[in-house]
Design a protein around this ligand. Structure first.
Ligand code: ASP
Length: 324
């Protein structure tokens, strides 16, 4: 029996073309992927849907939730065996992780994109799309969470990040590497994720800020966040999870108001821990009620805090969820 794949387009370079005169890359009226030879694969039925046609800097958490709901509903109503989503690469990792946390269906979901638009020499879009369909149709992709497939590599939504502005090998999973590769014969996995972190949400309404710590940072921005009554703050802290002492008053103002402050590291390898006992060190921050994350990068910790805050405001509970 033929496998049924749902192919959802959301926009991005993979759906754009380059103007030969000016070099400008932009979306056109027709998605160039509509004419991909993939639809001729005799073992698959592929239903294409153009959900959005947006550059990924235009994608918001509301679009992500719409995507979650659409996927769950379509898989249920039409018994799809797998889903492929095409997306701009700039915020691809955020959408992938959002889906990973919120989609309920167990069928494989693969997100892909391209670094070169449809009519550029060496365009990587059609090839990445073909690889993604192979992965989404494979039995082995089941139970591995949302996967990101580009450049012959299979990455988890949780670990992958965009590492290069233009190179087609931009998507990497620092510290962990890909969990599989795509060959001419199909998907070949060599690792499996160990965590399954799922939330059922019906809205995405929280205002969560993300900022990077730096030498000499002070408390001003944290007082401003308090005044703005934000719902949460994620800080890309220094090293193993430390901040300049001049930030402490501001951080305390937030935690005393029950505004969750989640710490990740601005280092792209390793996790944050409450190790250092000096002023502004991790020990100190932990005593203030700062929440330590378990290796997520800043943009993904922000997505997770937004999702988690739809389910609980309890700081201890949030801390336990960030250890997953
Ligand atoms: N700026 C583009 C986007 O994210 C980049 C891409 O798709 O690769 O939509």
């Amino acid at each position: 029996m033929k496998k049924k794949i749902l192919l959802l387009h959301t926009g991005g370079t993979i759906s754009m073309s380059e103007d030969e005169q000016t070099g400008e890359v932009s979306p056109g009226d027709k998605n160039p992927l509509a004419s991909t030879p993939l639809v001729e694969d005799p073992t698959l039925t592929i239903d294409g849907v153009e959900l959005f046609n947006l550059p990924s800097p235009h994608i918001t958490p509301k679009h992500m939730l719409e995507l979650t709901n659409f996927i769950d509903q379509q898989v249920k109503n039409n018994t799809y065996d797998g889903v492929v989503v095409t997306h701009g690469t700039d915020t691809l990792e955020e959408t992938a992780f959002f889906l990973d946390l919120t989609v309920q269906t167990k069928v494989p979901i693969v997100i892909t994109g391209a670094m070169r638009s449809s009519n550029e020499i060496g365009s990587d879009g059609p090839y990445n799309l073909l690889s993604s369909v192979k992965v989404a149709a494979s039995k082995e992709a089941q139970g591995k969470g949302v996967l990101v497939v580009l450049n012959d590599e299979i990455h988890t939504a949780k670990n992958v990040t965009k590492t290069h502005t233009s190179n087609i090998a931009t998507f990497q999973s620092p510290q962990y590497g890909p969990i599989g590769i795509v060959t001419k014969r199909g998907a070949s996995f060599h690792h499996s994720p160990v965590t399954d972190d799922k939330y059922t949400i019906s809205s995405v309404s929280k205002n969560v800020m993300l900022l990077k710590a730096y030498a000499g940072m002070d408390s001003a921005i944290f007082y401003l966040f308090k005044q703005m009554e934000v719902d949460g703050v994620v800080i890309e802290a220094l090293g193993q999870g430390n901040l300049p002492p001049t930030t402490l008053k501001g951080i305390k103002a937030l935690t005393e108001s029950n505004i969750p402050v989640v710490l990740v590291s601005r280092c792209f390898n390793g996790i944050v821990q409450d190790i250092y006992g000096y002023e502004g060190g991790g020990r100190h921050l932990k005593q203030f009620g700062v929440i330590f994350s378990n290796g997520l990068n800043g943009q993904k910790a922000r997505i997770k805090l937004m999702v988690v805050l739809e389910t609980t405001n309890d700081i201890e509970k949030i801390q336990s969820l960030f250890l997953r």
